[in-house]
Design a protein around this ligand. Structure first.
Ligand code: DSN
Length: 416
């Protein structure tokens, strides 16, 4: 594998082959990850990586853009069909860059953002002090209800009226429940603010109508294209005709230079795959699998934020069931067995963001491997075993063998 790379650079070839093997031989449950198809991989590795194409289809600053134009236009048309958006920009290099495009277009430095706290499931690019958003704009953050773990829509509404933000952000990285976008919209309307719905995690669920859509409700919908939608890596912005003329120049030349045309090709191919009828079944299975996982965890006595899930992820708060076990230690013990998930902050976090109190478990990649409820429940039982016996090597060895068997039963990238 990677023979041409190997001729030039054996060290990188080893690392690339090692990564394919790592993905094959472990179970990816980082909720933001997925396994794209070989077709998407091939498109991302295409000669379009060489092409500068500043501008937009039909209006480029360089010659030789006919194929770049074709690919970008296909990505745009397919995205419009998938999400029902009037206007789509497929050039953001990532979900954060997509958010940046919206902020650059509609906010001035010092303007106000109202968004969900990172510990409660938000995202760095929604106003965290370590991110440019927290450094450029005035930020206030809302929270989930401490009793239920669900978004506190009334609290959000009151905060919007008091704080008078310029933009209210919805859409989250570690929120397991369905987002009621119309209620966020009502809060934004009460403040005369824009509503930015960042659906990075749930793009695929929204496209397949497994989650309600903010398109047509929120002013701007941003997302990343490699998570549940399983297309090439990057970001996307959707809006209506009214805001389109401000969004495009904010992405280029406002915040980015040349678009990553090879990634846009990967987006186009992944969107085409998501338009096929079997994608709806995939997205439904992602959610069913997450619910099955939540059930095993609950039966095992684990505390789940919001007591379950409507989406692709489950957030486990370890403090009640395993008060001496941090998320970081759990993550490390899991990884040693081939269960790859991430430590995550939880609402009312009492440890540090570097070693928080929770773990976040997602099902998009397991579902891509073909797993259904029975196999996913087996995986959930393995996670419980590691949590209970994270320092008992014989148990970890047994779990590791069972992970190997599951990986063999649900193979990945055969023939690659
Ligand atoms: N890093 C992604 C996540 O894991 O949620 C968000 O950008």
């Amino acid at each position: 594998m990677y023979d041409r790379v190997r001729e030039t650079d054996p060290a990188v070839a080893d690392a690339l082959a090692g990564e394919v093997d790592r993905q094959r031989e472990t179970l990816a449950m980082i909720a933001s990850e997925n396994h794209v198809s070989p077709a998407v991989l091939e498109a991302q590795g295409s000669a379009l990586t060489n092409k500068y194409a500043e501008g937009y289809p039909g209006e480029r600053y360089y010659a030789g853009c006919e194929f770049a134009d074709e690919v970008e236009q296909l990505a745009i048309e397919r995205a419009k069909e998938l999400w029902g958006a009037e206007h789509v920009n497929v050039q953001p290099h990532s979900g954060t860059q997509a958010n940046m495009g919206v902020y650059l277009a509609f906010l001035d430095p010092g303007d106000r953002i109202l968004s969900l706290d990172l510990n409660h499931g938000g995202h760095l690019s929604h106003g965290h002090p370590a991110n440019f958003t927290g450094q450029t704009y005035e930020v206030q953050q809302y929270e989930v209800n401490p009793e239920t773990g669900y978004l506190d829509y009334e609290g959000l509404h009151e905060m919007a009226e008091e704080f008078e933000p310029d933009v209210v952000v919805s859409g989250f990285s570690a929120y397991p429940r369905e987002v009621e976008f119309d209620r966020v919209q009502a809060a934004a309307d009460a403040a005369g603010a824009y509503h930015l719905a960042d659906i990075a995690h749930i793009t695929g669920l929204v496209a397949a109508a497994e989650h309600q859509s903010p398109v047509g409700t929120a002013d701007f919908v941003t997302g990343s294209t490699h998570k549940t939608i399983r297309a090439g890596r990057g970001g996307i912005i959707m809006t209506d005709g009214e805001h389109a003329d401000d969004i495009d120049p904010a992405v280029f030349p406002g915040g980015q230079g040349g678009p990553l045309m090879h990634n846009i090709a990967g987006k186009a191919v992944g969107f085409e795959e998501a338009l096929q009828p079997d994608f709806e079944a995939y997205a439904a299975q992602v959610v069913d699998n997450a619910k099955a996982m939540a059930e095993v965890f609950r039966d095992h006595g684990l505390s789940l934020v919001s007591d379950g899930t409507d989406t692709h992820l489950v957030l486990v708060d370890l403090r009640d069931s395993h008060p001496d076990l941090s998320g970081g230690t759990a993550e490390e013990a899991m990884e040693g067995t081939g269960l790859v998930l991430n430590a995550n902050t939880v609402p009312d976090e009492s440890r540090s963001p570097f070693d928080p109190s929770g773990i976040r478990v997602g099902t998009p990649a397991l579902t891509t491997r073909g797993m259904e409820e029975k196999a996913v429940s087996e995986v959930a039982h393995l996670i419980c075993r590691v949590l209970d016996d994270h320092d008992r090597q014989p148990v970890l060895d047994e779990v590791s063998e069972q992970v190997d068997a599951l990986c063999a039963d649900y193979p990945l990238y055969e023939g690659l």
